[in-house]
Design a protein around this ligand. Structure first.
Ligand SMILES: Nc1nc2c(ncn2[C@@H]2O[C@H](COP(=O)(O)OP(=O)(O)OP(=O)(O)O)[C@@H](O)[C@H]2O)c(=O)[nH]1
Ligand SMILES: [Mg+2]
Length: 468
């Protein structure tokens, strides 16, 4: 179990900079003996006498002489990341030097840190909560500004503040109901039932936007799946190739060219979009093509954006309406972008007709030509895909759930609250009410780690890199 592995009495050590050769290597030491262990191998001013947040110049040495010339940053408890006495040794970035220094520190009594153990200590000491600790991991993994904004907000405690407020409301509610139970025999009702209903509904409307934000948060973290679907020869593979600026998929005028799904990723303003080119959807007796069409339908269901592409020179209004309906049946939640292709061979009247059909259905329309890979239409299309997801609206002050564990717990909380609402309507007893409310409190507490178990901790911190 994770807790047992962690000995808070130990002084831990790890290389915190990236693996391999670099200009500078950073070694982190944290724990009760951090200063005395460093003093045993450091020639310079004694670390134990230095003020917090100062930098010391000196040499690391062993029995044979100088190992490296270094700078030591000193952090005194509780003003450090872990809240313990800590030292950060900046040495030359050679793999050999770093391993020598680690070896010396371990000889003096330090222990090699487990993955995420520094952050775990920050959490166990109460300096940050679990959601903030997870954000530290997300910050390190962030690959674009949107990912970073979400993680930063979470790390600064934006999510935690909201959840703590919610938790307090829930606990107040429970005490009210439980107070009633204490006076059970006297049959008093402290809390007016319709007032209680109001409060539960308020809590739900507080949680719901967070739950809704997960679709976006998850997309930013894991990439946005975009299915490209339509009839054979519509130009799906041409569109994929144009977006990739590469001849990835085979394009031909033979209907049914693409039989399997093809997946490729591109980054738009740093956010990853995973495009899935699919087999053209039609009635067919070809067994392989049928499997491909089934896969196409499945990718609609899994997509967050569905691009419905059709050949404007060769599609009737009814066919288009029918295709849109098929997509909506298979995924009502996805954003849909309808693309009228082959505008080079379609008349203005055709283009206008299709545009009004699509707009009447409340969907977005774009007329394009994918005949040439390098065209201005793909530039506009990339921007359109980015805009559809409202990615530009994310700022670092917004709470966006990007963690599946948080999403799961918020959903559990709101489900418990829905039961509470039903109970309030049916006049259920106070103890049943408080039981369900406690389920909601526990789910929320689980996110910030007010309540947590070893398994959850192991899962979270075990995924960190060593030295964090
Ligand atoms: N005139 C014109 N032809 C196009 C355009 N886009 C694609 N084509 C042609 O249409 C044909 C079919 O294109 P594909 O990209 O293979 O179509 P697809 O939807 O992937 O077809 P399947 O894989 O068979 O379902 C090819 O001959 C393309 O060159 C366009 O904008 N204008
Ligand atoms: Mg194709």
């Amino acid at each position: 179990m994770y807790h047992e592995l962690i000995q808070p009495e130990d002084t831990i050590v790890a290389i915190a900079s990236a693996q391999g050769i670099g200009a500078i290597g950073l070694i982190r030491v944290s724990g009760k003996e951090a200063f005395s262990i460093c003093d045993a191998i450091f020639r310079g001013k004694p670390v134990k006498d230095q003020a917090s947040h100062t930098i010391q110049y000196g040499h690391i040495h062993d029995a044979n002489g100088i190992v490296d010339e270094v700078m030591l940053a000193v952090f005194r408890a509780p003003k450090s990341f872990t809240t313990e006495d800590s030292v950060e040794i900046s040495c030359h970035g050679s793999v050999y030097i770093q391993s020598q220094i680690i070896r010396l520190l371990v000889q003096q009594g330090a222990r090699l840190a487990a993955p995420g153990e520094f952050t775990l200590r920050a959490y166990l000491s109460g300096r940050i909560d679990l959601a903030q600790a997870e954000a530290v991991g997300d910050i390190i993994a962030a690959q674009n500004q949107s990912q970073l904004n979400i993680a930063m907000h979470q790390m600064r405690g934006g999510l935690s503040t909201q959840l703590n407020k919610l938790r307090e409301d829930l606990l107040n509610f429970i005490s009210l109901v439980e107070l009633e139970l204490d006076f059970g025999e006297e049959d008093v009702e402290f809390a007016d039932r319709s007032e209680l209903r109001n409060r539960v509904q308020q809590m739900q409307s507080f949680i719901q936007p967070m739950i809704n934000s997960f679709q976006l948060g998850n997309a930013i973290k894991n990439g946005i799946p975009v299915a490209i679907v339509g009839r054979p020869n519509a130009g799906k593979s041409s569109l994929l190739n144009a977006l990739l600026e590469d001849d990835r998929a085979i394009v031909s005028d033979i209907a049914g060219t693409t039989r399997d799904t093809i997946e490729e990723e591109i980054h738009i303003h740093g956010v990853s979009f995973r495009f899935i080119d699919t087999a053209g959807i039609r009635q067919t007796s070809d067994v392989i093509e049928k499997i491909g069409i089934d896969k196409a339908i499945q990718s609609i269901a899994k997509a967050q954006i569905v691009i419905c592409i059709f050949d404007m020179s060769n599609t009737s209004a009814d066919e288009l309406k029918n295709d849109i309906a098929i997509i909506q049946q298979n995924n009502g939640a996805a954003h849909m972008l309808v693309i009228g292709n082959k505008k080079d061979v379609a008349s203005d009247a055709q283009i206008n007709q299709f545009e009004s059909i699509v707009k009447e259905a409340g969907l977005e329309f774009e007329a394009v030509s994918m005949l040439n890979k390098n065209n201005s239409d793909t530039v506009a299309l990339r921007q359109r895909l980015y805009d559809i997801m409202h990615l530009n609206r994310i700022d670092s002050n917004q709470t966006i759930i990007s963690n599946a564990r948080h999403h799961q717990q918020l959903t559990a909380a709101t489900e418990a609250l829905t039961i509470v609402l039903e109970m309030l309507s049916s006049g259920s007893s106070g103890d049943l009410l408080s039981f369900e409310m406690r389920r909601a409190v526990n789910a929320i507490g689980d996110i910030t780690g007010t309540i947590s178990n070893d398994e959850v901790l192991g899962n979270i911190f075990g995924k960190f890199c060593i030295g964090k």
